[in-house]
Design a protein around this ligand. Structure first.
Ligand code: PLP
Length: 422
């Protein structure tokens, strides 16, 4: 590679081509047609820097939630290591460790997530069990392990806490919603505003330990006003609590941040916090997921089949079809979960296998590998040359809600090879 310093993009492409060469030389056997991911450890400090400079007084708790799964990762040579668990946004233990080392705390939503984070040697005081409606088994596990903070948004949950872990610190999760968010969590969680006073009174009766308020305006949010509204409402609940004799201290502003509009969203939130909470001695925390994890992975998929249709006069305006080795039942589930839009980059052939590609604009729809017709990754993508079977397509920003949300539908593997550059 010479002594010249490569840009991060060049370094990434080097890793990708190295792996493609390994695949083409049969080093991975049955993996020769497998999609793979490249992890970027340099992106995490960048995102963390942006968070700390825009929201200096908000301690991030990295957001997650999930079920057990194992993952393949590349180590020395061709060995694969079996890892035990995954999390909602991204459970990659390298990612979790790096975040831990940067002083980020953890938002867990299930027993297995708590177990995973504790297994990394992370202190339970750095975990919030941020699920307002959880099974008793998980609540008991969390409490036994020393987790001291959880959320609730309904009266039955208070009875559960009273019966199983009456000392647990509680945040009242209030309703909040950016109607334009990719995933509107307010449809499922958050106490309606007219119920908060009743919930606080019940908590008082049960002598429970209310420490503050949390909200989540929805994942992939874009309206800073949704933050301002939620912060104002949170203040009303702080005041209701004070009248009942609670000493509330914590405002948890949830997640919802994305790479593309982080600064304006965080700026609006910060102004609202200054205005509305300026006179209180409150502690602020956040639960970012997507913002930290999305840029962490680049995904590389291989074209396994193709259907040309522009040769028929009747279908001249219909793009040709490409079939690749991962789809909406794999890492692309956000296509249907949140109308995700994907813009792959066609990696140029280095060794010109299969002859030169035709130059000029080529339009394609891109489909996943299963036999289901909803398995459509991109309705129409425009490339500057022809794409052939065996070519590779690169998808940046595939670190959030990808591997951890994949299934084995139709017998396609959801164990992904991850290449760590450093
Ligand atoms: C999903 C979730 C998060 C992370 O949300 P992002 O939009 O990915 O930042 C944080 N907190 C809770 C309670 C969640 O459910």
């Amino acid at each position: 590679m010479g002594s010249m310093r490569m840009s991060p993009a060049e370094a990434e492409n080097e890793l990708i081509y190295q792996h493609i060469m390994d695949l083409e030389q049969g080093r991975y056997d049955t993996f020769s047609d497998a999609p793979f991911l490249v992890a970027h450890s340099t992106k995490l400090p960048e995102q963390n820097e942006r968070w700390r400079s825009c929201l200096p007084n908000v301690q991030p708790y990295y957001g997650q939630s999930s079920y057990p799964k194992f993952r393949l990762e590349r180590t020395v040579d061709t060995e694969f290591t079996r890892l035990s668990l995954a999390v909602k946004c991204n459970s990659d233990v390298h990612l979790l460790r790096s975040l831990h080392n940067m002083g980020v705390n953890f938002d867990c939503a299930s027993l297995e997530e708590i177990r995973l984070v504790l297994e990394l040697g992370i202190d339970p005081s750095r975990i919030i069990f941020a699920h307002p409606c959880k099974p008793v088994s998980a609540l008991e596990f969390a409490s036994q392990q020393g987790v001291q903070l959880t959320t609730f948004d309904n009266g039955d949950e208070l009875d559960k806490v009273k019966a199983h872990c009456p000392k647990m610190g509680l945040l009242l999760r209030i309703f909040a919603q950016d109607g334009g968010a990719k995933v509107c969590l307010g449809d499922k969680f958050g106490a309606p505003w007219e119920t908060t006073n009743g919930l606080l009174k019940k908590a008082k009766r049960l002598q429970l330990n209310i420490l503050g308020v949390s909200f989540h305006i929805g994942s992939g949010a874009s309206d800073p006003q949704a933050f301002a509204t939620a912060v104002k409402q949170a203040r009303c609940v702080f005041d209701e609590g004070a009248r009942l004799g609670f000493n509330m201290k914590i405002l948890d502003i949830g997640g919802g941040f994305q790479d593309s509009n982080f600064e304006p969203m965080a700026g609006g939130l910060r102004r609202a916090m200054d205005q509305v909470f300026g006179d209180l001695d409150a502690t602020f925390m956040g639960e970012p997921g997507r913002f930290y994890a999305a840029p962490y992975y680049t995904m590389v998929c291989r074209v396994i089949s193709r259907r040309e249709q522009s040769c028929h006069a009747a279908s001249r305006h219909v793009p040709d079809m490409l079939y690749q080795n991962d789809g909406v039942y794999g890492c692309f589930s956000s296509k249907w979960a949140e109308s995700g839009v994907f813009a792959p980059i066609h990696l140029p052939q280095r060794r010109n296998i299969g002859g030169p590609r035709q130059k000029g604009t080529h339009r394609y729809s891109i489909w996943g590998p299963t036999c289901d017709s909803v398995d459509l990754v991109a309705d129409e993508v425009v490339f500057s040359s022809e794409v052939r079977i065996g070519d590779w397509l690169k998808y940046p920003d595939m670190g959030a809600y990808t591997t951890c949300a994949s299934s084995q539908f139709n017998g396609f593997s959801n164990r992904y090879l991850v290449i760590y550059g450093d």
